[in-house]
Design a protein around this ligand. Sequence first.
Ligand SMILES: [Zn+2]
Length: 492
Amino acid sequence: MSEQTRYDKVVDLALRRGLFYPSSELHGAIAGFYDYGSVGSRIKNNWENCWRGFFLRRLGEPFVEIQPAEVAPEKVFEASGHLTQFVDPITECGKCGAVERADHLLESHLKEGFEGLSAKGLGALIKKHKVKCHKCGGDLKEVSVLNMMLSTRIGTGKLSKPAYMRPETTQGVVVNFKREYLINRERLPLGIAVIGRAFRNEIAPRQTLFRMREFTQAEIQVFCDPSELAKHARFSEVATSKIPVVLAKERKKGIQMVSAKALAKEYGEVYAYYMARISEFYASPGLRVRFFEKNEEERAFYNKYQFDIEYEFEDGGWREIAGFHYRTDHDLAGHARVSGQDLSVNRNGKRVIPHIVELSFGVDRNLLALLDAGYREEKKKDEMRVWLSLPPAVAPFTAGVYPLVNKDRLPEKTEEVLQLLRNAGLDVFLDDGGSIGRRYARADEIGVPFGITIDYDTFKDDSVTVRERDSTKQERVKIKVLAEHLKNKLNK
Ligand SMILES: [Zn+2]
């Protein structure tokens, strides 16, 4: 049997247990689209709520959340620059007609990254290294560019107008900035968040949730007065935090732990402050990430500073799961120009176009990272025990509740316990099929932290057996303190 990578195993598990699966599979799935199943939807919703809890509530800033439309007229993307600049370099095989991304082709040929290089530069490299079509070995045509937005039309017939599925959630925030600024008492910095879908007509969707054509972003655009980027009111709270960075100018040194204070000297306190907070966000589920700085050639066209936040997959190397960007006034200035409207604001008698500092998270990629980090297996005799060691806050349920048998008043007692836990606000489910061992195994595979078994002793001591997912340790707990007991364990 061929050796499966951990990534393959995670994907297998996801399909088997309803975390996610190919979209429209019944009619022949299209690459780059995945549906979240009953278990995956819970994990995704929980992750999004953790994100909201941390960035929108715990940080305690003037951060608000909006839900802009997913389709926008062409003007929006003319203003943002996506119409002309959101392009991928492609090359077509002159023999078989296969189209591939020129940078990916070079990457697999030369085992180096080429993202961000111009079409011209890529074309020259393809010639120099005599790269041929990967499918048939034929000669490749000149490298050209293809817009990655998914286009559509609104309305019918001659009166219909071109429109696009948003390629990022950002623009829905930028076009509403002025309105939200007024509604939120004209404060800066003002953070406007969106959790929602974005669409890209990827030429090479790959690695399941990793590069999809429809995906979910969780972003905050923080609008700042550009003259106030050097100071942040709460910087002292994070000044000594150490942040794992790979700096563009010192890439050879690899990951360095640099204090927020030192980073602030280079990038300003506002920028360093959010780096520290993002770092904190990842520390709580124990996800090890690094901030990888992109140099001028590699940065997206709208960014002045760009750090990719990367997680090291067990066997796939460091890959981007989030990003932290300084977009300057690129967006507001573009929209002001194209709309003819004044998008500046009054700051102490001066007209100022706010600058955007952007915290951008790929929700699907973050879930993959959590699954990768949490995947465990252990061989016991002939059986392989597989479990997901997910942080309780994102686990699909807190506990499974299992009657030992479906008779002798055990189902009634089980129902009582379920109600008690639900009333205490815990997310629990009933599983009364198969042996207790099988039920534990099923719950372990989807990352449920606790299993609760109701047996005949329950009638004698008014207690249940609580089994912990990671250690498989079991203990008897009185029903009357059960909810409290679980909550205490969750908060540890
Ligand atoms: Zn070919």
